[in-house]
Ligand binder design. Structure first.
Ligand code: ADP
Ligand code: MG
Length: 701
């Protein structure tokens, strides 16, 4: 951009130090360019003029042409005055009122001269009135080059109370355009502007602030949204390219015995096509010269574990070690047992390392790892400790990615002189649009197919008042040999209360399902890990019928005989969590059920969540609804939401533009990875300037 646009905002005519201070504090407007990028929230159509007899009883803002025929000061109460005028057009009459600035208005307002009024309509006892209207002589109104649509800018209470009204902001903006309008150079390559028929930059900027018509406004919005998303995509994609060029990985070019033997002889089931496709994608990555950084998305139960194992076998075949990290001990143990079982015939050394691994065992693990005698290590955060050193780590797999931060990824990355390939697995489906924006620098694989023979889980919503019926249903299911989960919320802030709810629930369930006919397990966060494991084991071995738990069982746990999931206070859970919990059932051959229990009072948002759950089992569809309900920032956690501080585009509503921007960013970088061609010179300047301003994704470097 240009230096003039870097000018501090107080130097703009009509701003000055005091208003400058306010603009900085309230709207983070420091420079000319910041004001320029303050886009209106909405616009009011000022192409339309109302007649007085067309007014309806509403608080809408209207524009009327007419004359003041009479004006008077009215006293009401102790020394309080208002100014009242009768305003007419050829269809009727209405009242105008002022409570402030009475003297000035009285002296300046012209009687029997046509004015254009603008303001909010009030109706009282069948007469319409307007308080403190904006007024302009019809003559001047015609002469002024006003835009058809009046912009309404973002504001704050403080700004308004200090006299920086929307009108004042418009004035500032006009002044800014007078001073700087020649400077809006085109930022996008000409061929792109032509091909996509985009409004040129300077016209887009003008029309976003002062639209000449609805059509031009739409075009301006499209152009600016495209530009914003395009630069983000350029940044993400070029990072990915740079990584692939600069960061050499270990090429795993051998398809060796472990992989082939497992694949041809020991798979316990036929892989789904989606699993095959994903394994192929990973193999291609691992075989290339570049370091892999891949996100594997697959709904709960889609079979990510076997994909993880097959990937690790490729590392082993090439003489490297592999590790798999999970967010909880239960999950790590479950992965360990599952993978041990699957890989039994292969005769490889696999061990588990968690916080509760005994120190004697730990020593052996450390030593075997360093000497390269341990092939696969599975564990929790314990894997990240400095004491854990690898002989040659070739592949690191992280399960349930959203629980680990970027920092942890980076720690794994540094476990080897040449960074290991990284595969991040997540069961939280991320809508494609969001994935594209957040993980544009990762390659993405999706398992979009469940193993065959699964019956869709039936989900219903029941009120607490129907609990007896629900209990009857549970008894019938237990009679058939099934097992039941009953889950209570656990939210950090109200842990004590939640704990009480859980214990109360446990007690009454134990009463309703008494020994010796029934056995009830309980698992919660305040238990010792060993006790937790013991209870989990009893349940998974079928020794207990009901598992009462908090959300600790949310991830990963696999008990195929459990076919009913009851979620208490379901209105308190987010959609993705509900979906995760439901994923604990539906893993066996039997019909499974999910029952969402709630009280009678539900917010609209809760209702939408419950309805969505009852309607679909598709994690991606649920994620889309979740994104709409919560907005992108919340979904990924606040630390990443900076990425999504978009100025004008909206990841949900502007999906199509995002896709378009991504496509063209990829095309451009394919042709000219360094953006060095003459036609990309301006683009490159903007790109570099933007990169300095905000680092779009704090990628491991
Ligand atoms: P995820 O980790 O993706 O939630 P898992 O890997 O735990 O899923 O697999 C869920 C269940 O499905 C496991 O019991 C697993 O043995 C089984 N499974 C996985 N893939 C297949 C397949 N292709 N055919 C049949 N069953 C499968
Ligand atoms: Mg899993």
């Amino acid at each position: 951009m240009n230096n003039l646009l870097e000018t501090p905002i107080e130097y703009l005519k009509g701003v000055g130090p005091q208003r400058g201070e306010l603009l900085r504090k309230e709207l983070q407007i420091f420079k000319y360019s910041d004001l320029l990028n303050l886009y209106p929230n909405r616009y009011i159509d000022r192409t339309r003029y109302y007649k007085i007899n067309q007014l309806v009883d509403s608080a809408s803002e209207v524009q009327i042409i007419g004359k003041i025929i009479h004006i008077k000061t009215v006293e009401f109460g102790k020394g309080k005055k208002r100014l009242s005028a009768t305003f007419v057009d050829e269809t009727g009459q209405m009242e105008l009122v002022w409570f402030q600035g009475i003297k000035w208005i009285r002296e300046n307002v012209k009687i029997n001269v046509p004015y254009v009024l603008f303001g909010k309509i009030n109706s009282f006892n069948g007469t319409f009135s307007m308080a403190h209207p904006e007024m302009e002589l019809l003559e001047e109104h015609k002469a002024s080059l006003r835009s058809a649509m009046q912009p309404i800018y973002p504001s704050t209470e403080k700004l308004n109370s200090k006299g920086i009204s929307n009108k004042v902001v418009i004035k500032m903006m006009q002044q800014l355009f007078v001073e700087t309008h020649v400077l809006f150079a085109e930022t996008l390559p000409t061929y792109l502007v032509e091909e996509l028929q985009l409004l040129p930059k300077h016209l887009a900027m003008f029309n976003i602030h002062f639209p000449k018509s609805q059509e031009l406004l739409s075009k301006a919005q499209f152009r600016l949204k495209f530009e914003e998303l395009f630069f983000i995509q350029l940044q993400l994609i070029s990072k990915n390219l740079i990584r692939k060029h600069k960061i050499k990985g270990h090429p795993f070019d051998k398809v060796g015995d472990y992989f082939s033997t497992m694949y041809t002889h020991y798979l316990p089931f036929e892989l789904t096509n989606a699993q095959k496709k994903v394994i192929k994608e990973i193999r291609n990555d691992l075989g290339s010269n570049a370091q892999m950084n891949r996100l594997l998305q697959g709904d709960v139960g889609s079979g990510k574990t076997i994909v993880a194992l097959m990937s690790m076998l490729i590392a082993l075949d090439n003489g490297f070690q592999a590790c798999l990290m999970a967010p909880t001990e239960i999950l790590a143990a479950q992965h360990f047992n599952g993978i041990l079982e699957l890989a039994k015939p292969l005769n490889i050394n696999i061990k588990l390392l968690t916080g509760s691994t005994k120190s004697s065992e730990r020593k052996i693990i450390h030593q075997e790892l360093e000497e390269g005698r341990l092939h696969i290590i599975i564990g929790t955060h314990a894997l990240l400790e400095d004491k854990v050193k690898f002989h040659n780590l070739g592949l690191a797999i992280i399960d349930e990615q959203h629980r680990f931060g970027v920092e942890q990824r980076s720690k794994l990355w540094h476990k080897n002189t040449i960074p290991p390939h990284i595969l991040v697995m997540t069961a939280t489906p991320i809508p494609r649009t969001l994935a594209m924006s957040l993980y544009g620098d990762l390659d993405i694989s999706v398992i979009d197919e469940l193993p065959p023979g699964r019956k869709p889980i039936l989900t219903v919503h029941r009120y607490d008042s129907n609990r007896l019926k629900v209990w009857k249903f549970i008894r019938d299911e237990i009679e058939k040999g099934r097992q039941i989960y009953i889950v209570y919320p656990l939210i950090q802030e109200s842990e004590k209360m939640d704990y009480k709810d859980l214990m109360d629930g446990y007690e009454s369930i134990s009463r309703d399902f008494p020994l010796p006919k029934y056995a009830v397990s309980i698992v919660h966060g305040q238990m010792k890990p060993s006790d937790k494991d013991e209870e989990m084991r009893r349940f998974s071995e079928g020794k207990t019928n009901i598992m009462v738990a908090t959300t600790v069982i949310e991830v990963g746990v696999n008990v195929p005989n459990a076919s009913v999931m009851i979620i208490e206070s379901a209105e308190r859970f987010g959609l993705s969590q509900l979906h995760q919990l439901r994923g604990r059932v539906g893993r066996g051959a039997e019909q499974s059920y999910c029952i969402l229990m709630t009280g009678n009072k539900l917010s609209n948002e809760s209702k939408t969540r419950l309805e969505t759950m009852c309607k679909t089992n598709d994690g991606f569809e649920i994620a889309e609804v979740d994104l709409k309900l919560r907005g992108p920032g919340d979904i990924m956690g606040t630390q990443q939401s900076g990425v999504l501080n978009l100025q004008i585009a909206d990841l949900i509503k502007d999906k199509d533009i995002l896709q378009l921007a991504r496509y063209h960013a990829i095309q451009l970088l394919k042709k000219d990875p360094g953006m060095e061609k003459p036609e990309h010179q301006k683009l490159r300047e903007v790109f570099i300037a933007l990169g300095k301003k905000k680092n779009i994704w704090n990628y491991i470097s």
